[in-house]
Design a protein around this ligand. Structure first.
Ligand SMILES: Cc1cc2nc3c(=O)[nH]c(=O)nc-3n(C[C@H](O)[C@H](O)[C@H](O)COP(=O)(O)OP(=O)(O)OC[C@H]3O[C@@H](n4cnc5c(N)ncnc54)[C@H](O)[C@@H]3O)c2cc1C
Length: 468
């Protein structure tokens, strides 16, 4: 890899080759998984390049194309599966300096890819009392480009569904990896070419997403003596069409009490928690519904608390999604997690059956979402990790019981997703990255077209060894 030639071609563009800094920027939250931690710990880029304009970005891509140098894009590196880790070394393309909000209008916002979600919301709220429909729980640190390329949904999904559902992204501009990089405008069905493609087939240079009214959201936590009651209540709450709700999660006891340290004094160790973000004007209606549940206990209601009491408490969404896992990991580093689908309409029965099967080895964590128009729940259960063999066994038992796993212990698109080739993304990679330089090792369909997804073997990218 001829880096000296590349560096001279990139004169005037911000670069970093200090080994420690490069290593630090080559990480994401892969260490959530003991499997990925073992496989990826040594991975590092050779150089971090930070373009500050689209022209600089295109120059970087053209130069890397000329010198056959791999390029791995990075927003802010909060992905969980090693998505932004450069398995073949080369250039780590740091997009964090492309962070401008470009245009705000009724119902939509356009930004550069590195814009941080919370910063976008601050500007859209100030501009016209609007906010992003969807954001991950890493709202305060993640970029919009990284969310679209690496995320799936999150806060807001109870109302708006997943990131890849029609309408949740309006348009993207994508730079290709060619001798003369092109800027392509994608909309409609074409968005599927690059949404959740881990930056393997183009660099997102502009994003347009829809906005929703910005309400004042109130955090509420309700406790129940059984997981089933908590899940039934959450499902009912999610189905209340008139209630403006932005987040709706269930976390099994004793996780909330043991790991939500700053909320601990409000939580009881034997209560399964339902975590809700509700619009202030809908709070009374939500509490009226809650009153119908005889075993419900409102443990925490930010609506009735003053600023002094709320000071220092994280927002409810930072107890949910993968922040639940993070809070558990901070107390018990042996914890890891799974991603589970409980198919509609039997989601509650299945949740209860699986919870009964594993007990406290796999404490339940449900995120209620609108999925194909129906309210249902995904699982991000915690796992009290003992060995990789047992982890595999736990996943196999879930699948046998009818709950498909989206494996968060794999770094490839396919193994973490539907375990099959995405022909649309693969075709776009052939067009937009013919040399295969973008984020190598993450798309099996490109690296090893003959890989048998039914073999139950884990894909191991050959270039991974070279990066060590
Ligand atoms: C505590 C915690 C909570 C989380 N909660 C959620 C959640 O609720 N929902 C959810 O979906 N995810 C969640 N995640 C995962 C992650 O935070 C989000 O997906 C986040 O949006 C990623 O943004 P990022 O800027 O950090 O992207 P990065 O991690 O930097 O990148 C993610 C992927 O996108 C690629 N990429 C980045 N920028 C571009 C670009 N401009 N063009 C092309 N490819 C690009 C990278 O190569 C990588 O493959 C969570 C993670 C943690 C650690």
């Amino acid at each position: 890899m001829d880096l000296s030639q590349l560096k001279s071609d990139l004169g005037g563009i911000r670069m970093e080759d200090n080994e420690k800094i490069v290593l630090q920027k080559s990480r994401d939250f892969y260490w959530y998984s003991p499997v990925l931690k073992r496989q990826l710990d040594h991975v590092t880029a050779d150089l971090v390049v930070t373009p500050t304009s689209k022209d600089e970005l295109l120059r970087v891509m053209a130069a890397c194309w000329r010198h056959d140098i791999p390029v791995t894009p990075r927003g802010t590196g909060t992905g969980n599966y090693g998505q932004a880790m450069p398995l073949s070394g080369g250039v780590l393309l740091d997009l964090s300096a492309l962070d401008k909000v470009l245009d705000i209008r009724p119902g939509q916002v356009t930004t550069e890819p590195g814009a941080i979600l919370a910063k976008i919301d601050r500007q859209t709220r100030e501009h016209s009392a609007q906010e992003l429909r969807l954001h991950p729980s890493t709202y305060n640190t993640a970029s919009l480009g990284g969310f679209i390329a690496g995320g799936s949904g999150g806060v807001g999904s109870i109302k708006w569904g997943g990131l890849r559902d029609f309408g949740n992204v309006i348009a993207l501009e994508v730079a290709t990896m060619e001798e003369e990089p092109r800027l392509l405008k994608l909309s409609g069905a074409d968005l599927h070419k690059v949404c959740h493609a881990y930056g393997t087939n183009g660099i997102i240079t502009e994003v347009t997403v829809p906005l929703a009214p910005a309400y004042r959201w109130v955090d509420v936590i309700i406790g129940f003596p059984t997981l089933r009651q908590a899940a039934e209540y959450a499902n009912d709450l999610g189905e209340q069409d008139g209630l403006a709700i932005k987040e709706l999660a269930v976390v099994a006891a004793p996780v909330p009490h043991d790991y939500f340290l700053r909320h601990k004094k409000y939580l009881a160790r034997d209560r399964h928690a339902v975590i809700v973000m509700v619009a202030d004007f809908a709070l009374d209606a939500m509490l009226a519904l809650t009153d119908r549940y005889k075993t419900a206990d409102v443990l925490f209601n930010a609506g009735g608390m003053d600023a002094a009491e709320l000071k220092g408490l994280p927002p409810a969404f930072e107890l949910a999604w993968n922040h639940t896992t993070l809070r558990a990991l901070r107390v018990d580093p042996a914890i890891t997690y799974l991603q589970v689908l409980y198919p509609y309409p039997n989601q509650i029965e299945l949740v209860e059956k699986i919870h009964d099967r594993f007990g406290d080895e796999v404490p339940a964590h449900l995120e209620f979402v609108r999925f194909d128009g129906k309210v249902t729940c995904f699982g991000l259960p915690l796992v009290r990790f003992t060995s990789e063999e047992r982890l595999e066994e736990i996943m196999a038992i879930h699948e046998d019981m009818g709950a498909p796993i989206f494996n968060p212990h794999r770094y490839t698109l396919e193994e973490g997703g539907m375990k099959q080739t995405d022909e649309v993304q693969l075709a776009f990679k052939r067009e937009a990255d013919p040399k295969g330089l973008l984020n190598p090792g993450k798309m099996i369909a490109w690296e090893n077209p003959d890989f048998d997804f039914t073999s139950e073997k884990t894909y191991l990218f050959p270039g991974l060894q070279k990066a060590g």
